[in-house]
Ligand binder design. Structure first.
Ligand code: CAA
Length: 701
C-alpha cells in the first residue's frame, strides 16, 4: 500500500495521504510525503502541490499508537515533514475534507493555502490526550488567528466547523462543490501568480495582542482553573503559545518540542490516551461481531415520566426520534411533561438551544395514560419505581402489547434483568438499559446483558447508545451492575473511616484533590440521603449480623437531614447556597457514633483515606472481571470516567491501579483484610495478576 498516492493534474501534483482508517501521520506516510515533495521540487513539470486525504478524512493527526515507539532510522519527524511543505518554493495547497485534527491540522497549517469542504471539522485536540500540538500548532495558529481564540482552541481541544474556521482565518476558502477541484484551481492560480508562498511562520495576526496586554497569558490560565484542575497539559499549551510571542519561530518550535516530550512520556498522557482507545474498544463485543444485524430504532416508548423517564425521553427527542411517554395518572404525566419543558426552556435561556429546536423536540413527545399506546414502538423502556413486583407486572403488560420484535428494556439500577425477562414470552428481546441521573445529561449507559438477550438485541442497544450520544458499555447481571457495585465499596469504606477518626470534610477533600468533581459526602448531600436510607432499611434483614455496619448515616437521616434539599445533611447549608459548611453538630454525632461502636478514634492520613476509599473499589472491579460481568478492564474505566467523574487523567480505576502496580494494591488489600475482615478480602484475580507481575490490561477474560 502506498502511504501517499500521487496523481498528476497538468502541472499540479496531488499527494493523497493514505493510511486508513484516519490517515494517521505514521512513519511510512511521513517518509513518503517528504520524498514526494522533494521529487516534486526538483521536477520542472510540477508547478504546485495539493495535499488531500484518501478515504473519509484529511487526517486525524499523529498516529497515537506510535507514541513511545522508535521509528526506523532516518524517518523524518512530523516537524520535518511539515517544514518541507512550508519551505517549498512551489505553492502547496490543502484540500481538507472530513476532519483535520491535531497533527493533521498542523500539517495543513504548514501548507500555503487551505480549502475546506462543507461539513469539515478542524481542531487541535491534543490536550484531550494529555499532550500539546507538538508539530508547530502552538506556534503557527497564533500567527494566523486572534490570540485569545488560538489559546481557547488549543487548550480546549474543541473541533470547530469549517465555517467557523473560515471566519477565524484558519481556512482560506470553503469549497462550494468538490474540494479537490477547488484546491487544484487554487494551486494553479497561485502558481500562475508566481508570488512567494505565504508561509504561516511569517504571519503575525495574533502576536500583537500579547504586546498590548502582557498579562494576557496569566489571565487566560486563570480562566482554565476549573476545567484544567489536576492536569499539566493545558498549562503547557499556554506556555508554548506564549513562547510564540517571546521567541523567534524556530526557537518557539524547539520549546514546543521540549514541552511535548515531557508530556508525552508522563502518566497523564498515558492515562488520557488509554481513555481514548478504551472508549472505542468498548463497542467491540467478542460474541456480537460488528456484522450482527441491529434493529432500526425509529420510535420509542418510555414507561414512567418521573425524573428518570423524562430524562431518557429527552435523549430520543434530541436526535429526532418520536417518543411516547406513559404514566398511569394524567396529573403525573402533565407534571413530567412540564419538567421536560422546563429543562429545555432552561437550555434555551442559556442560549444553547433555539426556541425552534425546543419546539421541534417537544413536538416529538406524546403523553398517554393507556399502555396500548406503546404498541408501535421499536423500543420500550420501562423506567418506573425500583421494585421487582412492580417491574414484573409492567413487563407482563409490555409483553402483551409491544409489537413482535420490539426491544423491551428495563432501566433498573439494581434488579435482576433475567427475573424480569422471565415474565415475558420473549426474553431474547429483553435487555437492561441503565441510564445515569440526570439521564439527559450523563453520557454513560450501562447496557445489561440478560442470560437470554439475543446478539441482535445487544447490537441494537449498543448502536442505540451511539445514536443518542451516549457512551454505551455492555455489562452482565449482578447487584448494582458494574458502576454501582464498585461505588458501594467506596461509600462503605468512606463511612467506616468516619467512624474510625476522620470527618466528612477530610474525606471529601482527599477525593476532590484526587480529581473527582466532589467527595462522597458532598455527593450524598446533593443526591439526597433519604434514598440510600430507604434501601438500607429495606435490606436490613439480608445483612449478616456479624458484618460491620456504620450507622452514622442513619442517625443523620433520623434527624430529617436529607442533604441539600432539607438545608442539612453531612454538612449544613445556608439558604440559597449549595456550598457545604462543616457542622459541629455532625462532628459531635460522629464522635458519639464511634463511642457507641466501641471504636477509639485515631489520626488517619490523607494517603490512607485515598487508599481505603479507592483500593476496595478497584478490588471489586477485579471481582467483576473474574466473574465475567465486564468484558475488559478498560470497559470498567470507561464506566467510571463517564458515570462517576473519575478523573480522565488517571485513566479510570483499573488503569490507575495498573500505574500504581498491582502488587502494592494486592498487599494493601491483604493488610486491610487482616485488619478489617471479610469485606476486604482481595479478589482472586488481583492476587493472581499481582503474583504474576501482570496488569489488569493483560487480562483477556
Ligand atoms: N492515531 C491512531 N489511531 C487513531 C487516531 C490517531 N490519531 N484517531 C483515530 N484512530 C483510530 C481509532 O482508535 C479507531 O480505531 P478502531 O477502529 O480500531 O477502534 C479508528 O481510528 C476510527 O476512529 P473513530 O472511531 O474515533 O472515528 P470517528 O469517525 O468517530 O472520529 C476522529 C474521527 C474525530 C478523527 C477521531 O478519531 C479522533 O478524534 N481522533 C483523534 C484525533 C486526535 O486527537 N488527534 C491528535 C493526535 S496527536 C498529534 O497529532 C500530536 C501532534 O501534535 C504531533
Amino acid at each position: 500500500m502506498n502511504a501517499v498516492i500521487e496523481e498528476r493534474r497538468g502541472s499540479v501534483l496531488i499527494l493523497k495521504l493514505n493510511n486508513p482508517p484516519v490517515n494517521g501521520l505514521g512513519a511510512a506516510l511521513r517518509t513518503a510525503l517528504v520524498g514526494a515533495i522533494k521529487a516534486g521540487q526538483e521536477n520542472n513539470e510540477i508547478a504546485a502541490f495539493v495535499i488531500s486525504g484518501e478515504g473519509r478524512m484529511y487526517s486525524a493527526g499523529a498516529d497515537i499508537r506510535e507514541f513511545g515507539t522508535t521509528p526506523p532510522a532516518g524517518t523524518p519527524d512530523l516537524n520535518d515533514a511539515i517544514n518541507s511543505l512550508e519551505m517549498s518554493s512551489k505553492p502547496v495547497v490543502s484540500a481538507i475534507h472530513g476532519v483535520a485534527a491535531g497533527g493533521g491540522l498542523e500539517l495543513a497549517l504548514g501548507t500555503h493555502y487551505r480549502v475546506g469542504a462543507a461539513k469539515t471539522r478542524v481542531g487541535l485536540p491534543e490536550v484531550t490526550l494529555g499532550i500539546l500540538p507538538g508539530a508547530g500548532g502552538t506556534q503557527r495558529l497564533p500567527r494566523l488567528i486572534d490570540m485569545t481564540k488560538a489559546l481557547e482552541l488549543i487548550t480546549s481541544g474543541r473541533l470547530i466547523s469549517v465555517d467557523e474556521a473560515h471566519k477565524l482565518g484558519i481556512i482560506d476558502e470553503v469549497a462550494d462543490g468538490d474540494v479537490l477541484e477547488a484546491a487544484i484551481e487554487a494551486a494553479e492560480r497561485l502558481a500562475t501568480e508566481g508570488a512567494a508562498p505565504r508561509r504561516s511562520r511569517d504571519q503575525a495576526v495574533g502576536l500583537a495582542a500579547a504586546k498590548d496586554n502582557p498579562a494576557l497569558f496569566e489571565d487566560f490560565a486563570k480562566t482554565m482553573a476549573k476545567a484544567a484542575r489536576g492536569m499539566n497539559a493545558p498549562y503547557a499549551c499556554v506556555r508554548c503559545v506564549e513562547a510564540a510571542t517571546t521567541m523567534n519561530f524556530d526557537d518557539g518550535l524547539k520549546y514546543e518540542r521540549e514541552e511535548f516530550t515531557k508530556l508525552v512520556t508522563a502518566t497523564e498522557s498515558a492515562a488520557m490516551r488509554h481513555a481514548f482507545f478504551a472508549e472505542r474498544e468498548v463497542a467491540k463485543i467478542p460474541d456480537v461481531p460488528a456484522t450482527t444485524s441491529a434493529k432500526d430504532i425509529k420510535s420509542a416508548a418510555i414507561i414512567g415520566c418521573g425524573t428518570m423517564g423524562g430524562g431518557i425521553a429527552m435523549n430520543f427527542a434530541n436526535v429526532g426520534i418520536p417518543v411516547t411517554i406513559i404514566e398511569t395518572e394524567q396529573a403525573a404525566l402533565d407534571r413530567g411533561l412540564e419538567r421536560i419543558k422546563g429543562n429545555y426552556a432552561n437550555t434555551v435561556s442559556k442560549g444553547r438551544l433555539s426556541q425552534d429546536a425546543m419546539d421541534k423536540r417537544m413536538g416529538l413527545l406524546t403523553g398517554a395514560t393507556d399502555m396500548q399506546a406503546i404498541g408501535d414502538a421499536d423500543i420500550v423502556i420501562e423506567a418506573v419505581f425500583e421494585e421487582m413486583i412492580v417491574k414484573k407486572e409492567i413487563f407482563s403488560k409490555i409483553d402483551a402489547i409491544a409489537k413482535p420484535g420490539a426491544i423491551l428494556a428495563t432501566n433498573t439500577s439494581t434488579l435482576d434483568v433475567d427475573e424480569i425477562a422471565a415474565v415475558t414470552k420473549r426474553p431474547e428481546d429483553v435487555v437492561g438499559t441503565h441510564f445515569f441521573s440526570p439521564a439527559n445529561v450523563m453520557r454513560l449507559l450501562e447496557n445489561v446483558r440478560g442470560a437470554k438477550s439475543s446478539p441482535e438485541t445487544i447490537a441494537t442497544v449498543m448502536n442505540l447508545g451511539k445514536t443518542i450520544n451516549k457512551v454505551a458499555v455492555l455489562v452482565g447481571v449482578c447487584d448494582g451492575f458494574v458502576g454501582n457495585r464498585m461505588l458501594h465499596q467506596y461509600g462503605r469504606e468512606a463511612n467506616f473511616l468516619i467512624e474510625e477518626g476522620v470527618l466528612p470534610q477530610q474525606v471529601d477533600k482527599v477525593i476532590f484533590d484526587f480529581g473527582f468533581p466532589m467527595g462522597p459526602f458532598t455527593m450524598g448531600d446533593m443526591a439526597g440521603l433519604d434514598i440510600g436510607w430507604a434501601v438500607r432499611k429495606r435490606k436490613a434483614a439480608e445483612r449478616p449480623s456479624n458484618q460491620r455496619y456504620s450507622a452514622v448515616a442513619d442517625r443523620i437521616c433520623e434527624q430529617g437531614r436529607f442533604g441539600q434539599k432539607t438545608g442539612a445533611g453531612w454538612y449544613r447549608y445556608e439558604a440559597g447556597n449549595r456550598t457545604p459548611i462543616p457542622d459541629p453538630e455532625i462532628e459531635s454525632l460522629i464522635i458519639q457514633a464511634s463511642k457507641n461502636a466501641g471504636i477509639e478514634r485515631r489520626e488517619i492520613s490523607d494517603e490512607e483515606v485515598l487508599k481505603r476509599c479507592l483500593y476496595p473499589l478497584v478490588n471489586e472491579g477485579a471481582k467483576i472481571l473474574e466473574e465475567g460481568l465486564a468484558i475488559r478492564a478498560s470497559d470498567i474505566d470507561v464506566i467510571w470516567v463517564h458515570g462517576y467523574g473519575f478523573p480522565r487523567y488517571h485513566g479510570g480505576p483499573m488503569f490507575w491501579a495498573d500505574t500504581i502496580g498491582l502488587d502494592e494494591v494486592y498487599e494493601t488489600m491483604r493488610r486491610y483484610h487482616a485488619e478489617h475482615g471479610e469485606l476486604m478480602r482481595p479478589a482472586g484475580l488481583l492476587e493472581k495478576l499481582a503474583k504474576e507481575g501482570k496488569k489488569f490490561s493483560d487480562f483477556k477474560g
